[in-house]
Design a protein around this ligand. Structure first.
Ligand code: 3DD
Length: 424
């Protein structure tokens, strides 16, 4: 593929582009729904004239989304949404293909926000976020940009929680579609994607045997449920900690032991936080853990484990394997911290498999098109859901491309749905 370099970008090393292109080609072969939609929208160009600023992990799957947005007519500028999650080969391939992208693995905090500001320099008409850092940047530092912004989308649970809070306080400067809350994202990406990719990250950073290990999963929401069930499938003894009684009850009835973190800390071998909350594993917990305990986080932000307190308290720290720091505690036991407490699935592996991102990113695409054509977001600056018919379009296409067929309701059955004159 020839190189198109007459645009602004900054990546680790453009020479990595060829390897990155192979990764993107591989992802395209596993994302049939997005590729099918790309064919359709390449012709109709529903995003013609739109300028999209994207802040989302730069992975091989994201590259398929970016190049689909361009095929649909958009002008795109991109940055990562986590300093540790950018795949440098993929970033190089996007830059070589004419994409304005500022992203590399291991960015400092200043470089991270510098990159976000670079994407905002081209005055977007649409924003795409994962964790809402770009949206927050517009709202806190450049509110004047909002007059050009038709709307935005948000990919992840914690980002949507915060945006709904802003909506409630009347603080949103433009409408947002909560892609995370779309069933074809939430029920699959969060459960099966997070479940598999989190264990993938742990395996790459430790190469441990899961069978027989006591795995403690903090949080039994969609993500935690996926992680717990995948670990169980590998033969681990899985414990769950929770603050929500309904989720805790679900975990119990699905066969997991539920207990307080204070108690789990003493017996766990591997700890995985998936709560979206801060201070879930504290220094106090870390002090009581067994020698050799492995600790990591799969939530979007790196606040779930008290990493700074741990590193300040440590007697010594050394990187024993990539994304794996051995911490000798004053008490004498060793703790293994993965990816410095940042999301282990993207920092130590490749994130979710392409097959689930296929649906999540089709939701992103259809959401952006719905904002651009005005079918969603015209009732004020609020958080909106993707219309059900669009969500079902993704599901139907996925099933068809997987080779499955489903039944359809007959007219009589449709009538029965709303009838109230028939009983048992
Ligand atoms: N996320 C997980 N895997 C990803 C991948 N392969 N590419 C891009 C992003 C990826 C994170 C988010 O899409 C989503 O799962 C979340 O809720 O953060």
């Amino acid at each position: 593929m020839g190189q198109n370099l007459d645009h602004s970008f900054k990546v680790k090393d453009l020479a990595l582009a060829e390897e990155g292109r192979k990764k993107i080609d591989w992802a395209e072969s596993r994302m049939p729904v997005l590729m099918k939609l790309r064919e359709e929208f390449r012709e109709t160009k529903p995003l013609e004239g739109q300028r999209i600023a994207g802040c989302l992990h730069v992975t091989k799957e994201t590259a398929v989304l970016v190049e689909t947005l361009v095929a649909a007519g958009a002008d795109v500028a991109w940055c990562g949404c986590n300093p540790l999650s950018t795949n440098d080969e993929v970033a190089a391939a996007l830059a070589a293909n004419g994409i304005k992208i500022w992203a590399w693995h291991g960015m400092s905090k200043d470089e991270y926000y510098w990159a976000i500001d670079k994407t905002l320099e081209f005055k977007p008409t649409l924003t795409l976020d994962d964790g809402a850092d770009l949206i927050f940047r517009v709202h806190s530092k450049m509110p004047e940009l909002a007059e050009n912004i038709i709307g935005g989308t948000e990919e992840t649970t914690t980002g949507v929680h915060r945006l709904r809070a802003m909506d409630k306080d009347g603080k949103l400067l433009y409408p947002i579609i909560a892609v995370n809350d779309t069933p074809t994202k939430w029920e699959f990406d969060n459960v099966y994607g997070t479940g598999q990719s989190t264990l993938d990250g742990i395996m790459r950073a430790t190469s441990i045997l899961f069978a027989g290990k006591t795995v403690v999963v903090a949080g039994y929401g969609h993500c935690g449920r996926g992680v717990a069930n995948r670990a169980k499938g590998l033969g681990a003894n899985v414990l769950v900690t929770e603050v929500d009684p309904i989720n805790a009850l679900k975990a119990t009835l699905e066969g997991f032991r539920v207990m307080k973190m204070d108690d789990a800390a003493k017996i766990g071998d591997v700890f995985i936080t998936a709560t979206g909350m801060k201070d879930v594993i504290t220094l106090g917990h870390l002090k009581t853990m067994k020698d050799g305990a492995i600790v990591c986080n799969t939530g979007h932000y790196d606040v779930e484990i008290q990493v700074e307190a741990l590193l300040n308290y440590a007697k010594s720290v050394r990187t024993i394997r990539p994304n794996n720091e051995e911490i000798i505690m004053p008490e004498g036991h060793r703790i293994y911290l993965l990816a410095r407490g940042r999301l282990v699935n993207l920092a130590a592996a490749e994130g979710h498999p392409s097959e689930v991102m296929d649906m999540s990113f089709s939701g992103q695409l259809l959401s952006l098109i719905s904002l651009a054509n005005g079918t969603v977001g015209k009732d004020g600056n609020h958080v909106y859901d993707l219309p059900k018919e669009l969500d079902e379009r993704i599901a139907r296409l996925k099933l068809k491309l997987m080779g499955f067929e489903i039944d359809e309701l007959t007219d009589a059955q449709k009538e029965y749905l709303t009838a109230y004159d028939e009983g048992t």
